[in-house]
Structure formats: structure tokens, C-alpha cells
Design a protein around this ligand. Structure first.
Ligand SMILES: NC(=O)c1ccc[n+]([C@@H]2O[C@H](COP(=O)([O-])OP(=O)(O)OC[C@H]3O[C@@H](n4cnc5c(N)ncnc54)[C@H](OP(=O)(O)O)[C@@H]3O)[C@@H](O)[C@H]2O)c1
Length: 236
């Protein structure tokens, strides 16, 4: 039995990844900062719920303690929770506190949760970490004229996702026994950026979740230290 924790799984890509992994037989822990919304998603999907705010050390420590105490163990961690902050209109918020919040959630959050999860992951026979990054954080894609990421300016969110990608490479190097990969899920109609459901352009979250789920299900011979999208490997 494979047990998976997904952060920010009460909606959007995280919830759809949970749905796909449950269908594939995983025991899934829905990590969500809001009790009511997290529990509702877990009840709907047949998952377990754990309160987890990726910006809060105590919340992260308590969440991993809950999982340890439950006896499920932990084989797969999907670092999915992420935000983008809008300022006026469609532009990004560039004031210091907003920038810190984006980096705290998207990048520092990956370190907080991964560090707390490592002791459990190291007891798994096939430990896997999937970091949900973005082509907007790819130096390759932002220089490649055929890619949307080369035409869409994203100063803070993009930089925070570049940090997620480098954290992926560094964790993969630091822990050869754990497969750590980053994923670009594709442009997806979610509430990212704080809009209404589906206000972000893109394809349905259920479609984009497939590549996240695929990387969560890699076997012992799977890749590590790579950046993946639907079609395969993506340039850093
Ligand atoms: N949508 C896209 O086109 C796209 C493209 C590339 C990458 N991504 C990435 O995909 C991931 C999922 O985003 P999404 O598109 O599904 O957006 P979303 O619908 O806004 O979902 C984001 C999830 O993260 C959670 N979250 C935010 N801050 C958190 C915190 N401090 N602690 C715990 N959970 C927190 C949210 O919880 P609340 O409900 O409590 O806010 C929500 O469950 C993000 O990392 C995003 O950067 C998205």
C-alpha cells in the first residue's frame, strides 16, 4: 500500500491529483490549511485529512506527527501548495510583504514540508517527492520563443518557481535514495491568483493532474532530479 501526502489539496490541481492517486490505489492524505474545506475534500474523495499550512512550522510539524501516529507511513510527498498574488488589475503584487508571502509559500514551504517528511520518507521502500513547479520558473522555457512562458511576465511567481526547481535538483543530489522531481502541470483553470473557480485560463485541473500523478507513481527505477511535463522532460 502506497501512502501519499499532497499539500494544498482541498481544491485545484492538488485535489485532482488526490482523486487520480486514490483511483490508482494510494492512501492519500489531503493537506489543507483550512479544516472545513480540507475535510470536505477528503470526505468527497475518500481521503484522510490533515491540517497543514506550509508557511507555519508548528502546523507542518503537527501534520507529519499526525501521519506518523496514524501508522500509515509515508511513501510519496507532493509539494503542491502554491500562490500567486495579484496587485492592481492583472499585474502581480510587488510590495515586499506580498513578495515574501509568495516565496514563503511556494519555496520555503517546500523546504518546511520536505524536511518534516524526510524521516518518514526514509523508512519507505520507494520514497518519492514531486514538486509542483512551473514553466514560468524555467530558464529554458522563458528563453524559448515557442513557449508561452517566454511571453508572459511573471517576476515574483516565476522567480519563486525557479527556486522550487533548484530545490528539486538540490534535494535529488542530497538524497540519492529518494526520487525527487519537479513537474510543470500545464496552464490550468484553477483559482491560482485569487480569482473565482476557473478564472485562471487553461485546461481542466483533472487533465493537468495526470502528469503530477504520473510522477507520484514512478517505480524504484524512475528518474530523479528531472523536470517533467506531459510530453516528457522539460529544460530547466
Ligand atoms: N494553474 C496553473 O496554470 C498552474 C501552472 C503551473 C503550476 N501551478 C502550480 O500548481 C499548484 C496548485 O495550484 P492551483 O493552480 O491548483 O491553484 P489553486 O486552485 O489556487 O490551489 C492552490 C492550493 O494551495 C493551497 N495553499 C495556498 N497557500 C497555502 C498554505 N500556506 N498552506 C497550505 N496550502 C496552501 C490552497 O489552499 P486555500 O484553498 O486554503 O487557499 C489551495 O488548496 C501551485 O503550486 C501552482 O503554483 C499552477
Amino acid at each position: 500500500m502506497t501512502t501519499t501526502l499532497i499539500t494544498g489539496a482541498n481544491k485545484g490541481l492538488g485535489k485532482e491529483t488526490a482523486r487520480a492517486l486514490i483511483a490508482a490505489g494510494h492512501t492519500v492524505w489531503i493537506g489543507a490549511r483550512d479544516q472545513a474545506r480540507g475535510r470536505a475534500a477528503a470526505d468527497e474523495l475518500g481521503a484522510r485529512f490533515v491540517q497543514l499550512d506550509v508557511t507555519d512550522d508548528a502546523s507542518v510539524a503537527a501534520a507529519l506527527q499526525t501521519i506518523e501516529d496514524s501508522g500509515t507511513g509515508l511513501d510519496v510527498l507532493v509539494n503542491n501548495a502554491g500562490i500567486a498574488k495579484r496587485g492592481d488589475g492583472m499585474t502581480e503584487a510587488l510590495d515586499g510583504p506580498s513578495v515574501l508571502e509568495v516565496f514563503d509559500t511556494n519555496a520555503v514551504g517546500v523546504v518546511r514540508v520536505t524536511e518534516a517528511a524526510l524521516p518518514l520518507l526514509e523508512r519507505s521502500g520507494n520514497p518519492v517527492v514531486v514538486n509542483v513547479s512551473s514553466a514560468l520558473g524555467s530558464f529554458w522555457a522563458t528563453h524559448e520563443p515557442t513557449r508561452p512562458a517566454s511571453r508572459f511576465v511573471s517576476l515574483v511567481y516565476g522567480a519563486s518557481k525557479a527556486a522550487v526547481s533548484m530545490l528539486t535538483v538540490q534535494y535529488a543530489n542530497a538524497y540519492p535514495g529518494i526520487k525527487v522531481n519537479a513537474v510543470e502541470p500545464g496552464i490550468t483553470a484553477t483559482e491560482l491568483g485569487g480569482g473565482d473557480p476557473g478564472s485562471h485560463p487553461g485546461r481542466p485541473a483533472s487533465e493537468s493532474a495526470q502528469v503530477v500523478a504520473r510522477m507520484a507513481m514512478i517505480g524504484a527505477d524512475g528518474p530523479t532530479g528531472t523536470f517533467q511535463e506531459d510530453q516528457g522532460e522539460l529544460g530547466w
